[in-house]
Write a protein that binds this ligand. Sequence first.
Ligand code: SAM
Length: 266
Amino acid sequence: MTEFEKPSPYPDQPSPARMYDYYLGGSHNFEIDRQAADRVIAFFPNMRYAARANRTFLQRAVTFVTEEGVDQFLDLGAGIPTEGSVHKTAHAKNPRARIIHVDIDPVAIAESQRILADMPGVTPMVANVSEPDTILNHSETQRLLDFKRPVAVLMVALLHFVTNDHELYRIIQTFREAIPSGSYMIITHVSYIEGITSDPTVDQVESVYAKATQGFKIRTRDQVVKCFEGLEVVEPGIVDTVHWRADSTAEKPDLSYFLAGVARKP
Ligand SMILES: C[S@@+](CC[C@H](N)C(=O)[O-])C[C@H]1O[C@@H](n2cnc3c(N)ncnc32)[C@H](O)[C@@H]1O
């Protein structure tokens, strides 16, 4: 596989953004990312499948809220906006939809700038989700999004990289309070499935991400459910990504271990 254009300085740590790109079969990653991602795959062989299941959930969820009339998206932890990303999915339904892709990874955002160059209504932004006010008050956010009308806030496969529980709920609360009634929050989070997820696997995966630019923390179902507090979760509730309004014909798809939900602010 050829390296994509090398940034300077060359990264000396794997990043979740580029590892995820590798799971999805993309080319926006470096040897250091591939080695770390391959270690995760060795501990959790379904990782590529789980990443694809998460991405296809994202597409179904964005299509759903677009059909509900939402045309503004704040995509937090957006990653590299390749196939099936938020702007492509939203634009397929509404070419006038506005999207801000936020990510902490400067390499991912540099790639986004290249991919999104001159695309009206779509802006990449380097920012840390742990600083919600910086994102909400950013001049691009103010320019592109109208917080008097419904906005969809996406935190898809992001929150397990926020390892402090107190910070996790503070972040969600700040975004929830910033959006008006009729807005949506779309969340997925890696979670234990009682009796299935083994502790050694979790420890091994967490140990790989401990050496990456962002740590990783798996949470219980109750902890994930708490992310949706104050919101009305739409049917079918908070379920594995593969069970959220799936159009797959597979009768019993493998679980992805990503819990997913779409919720409306009353
Ligand atoms: C697994 S990817 C998910 C990408 C996309 N949301 C999806 O589900 O297809 C997680 C992304 O979250 C980003 N991320 C992790 N911690 C972050 C933080 N504190 N602030 C902003 N982005 C963060 C990573 O850089 C990575 O691109």
